[in-house]
Design a protein. Structure first.
Ligand SMILES: [Zn+2]
Length: 202
């Protein structure tokens, strides 16, 4: 399970990982992992449209293969996409060579120089290779929207507490997160707009 990574631990995962954009401007980098899927992604897109907000979708290659028209829609709507491996592999359970070839397999379908490791699992040897072709995008604000025990107000409180200018926020356009992401996202966007935040694109 992906978890918030304390700042002291971050350098140990490797050099050159992007945890937050260094800026004092009120810009938020909104990201969605694990899609695209027809049960969630179109609704997320509709919400983003309503608020005029753009995001980066870290897509699973297998999903892009299944739903190419949905992937196309992400791009055509002005959002960015990133690579999240072909089979949502966990680095700690996969040999380096197999992991890397899965990333490059996904790259055949996802034309992006952004990569986010599933479950945030990355190691120095793999990140050293991937950094030649990708910016490795981590996060500083995880919403835990995949966790069914999280209530809407828990997620809103967490966002209120942890968000800073330049924050990289993670939601999921996945079945597991569906109930929470569709409820919380409009509230978060409403709140951000009201407080003078705008979107940044990675
Ligand atoms: Zn993921």
């Amino acid at each position: 399970m992906k978890a918030q990574v304390p700042s002291w631990l971050r350098p140990l995962l490797g050099k050159g990982l992007l945890w937050r954009v260094d800026t004092s401007s009120k810009v938020i980098y909104l990201t969605f992992d694990d899609g695209p899927v027809p049960e969630v992604t179109p609704e997320v897109l509709a919400i983003l449209d309503e608020y005029g907000w753009k995001a980066t979708f870290f897509c699973v290659g297998e999903n892009v293969m299944r739903y190419p028209e949905l992937y196309r829609r992400l791009i055509d709507s002005g959002h960015r996409t990133g690579n999240h491996t072909y089979n949502h592999l966990q680095r700690f359970k996969t040999a380096p060579a197999a992991y890397l070839s899965n990333v490059y397999k996904a790259r055949e379908r996802i034309d992006s120089n952004l990569f986010r490791p599933p479950h945030g699992q990355i190691t120095r040897n793999v990140s050293r290779v991937l950094r030649r072709d990708f910016t490795i995008v981590m996060w500083d604000v995880l919403t835990y929207d995949y966790d069914a025990s999280m209530r809407e107000e828990d997620i809103m409180n967490l966002l209120g507490k942890e968000l800073r200018p330049g924050s990289i926020v993670v939601f999921h356009d996945s079945l597991k997160a569906r109930d929470r992401v569709l409820k919380v996202l409009p509230k978060a966007l409403e709140y951000w707009k009201l407080n003078g935040y705008s979107y940044g694109l990675l």
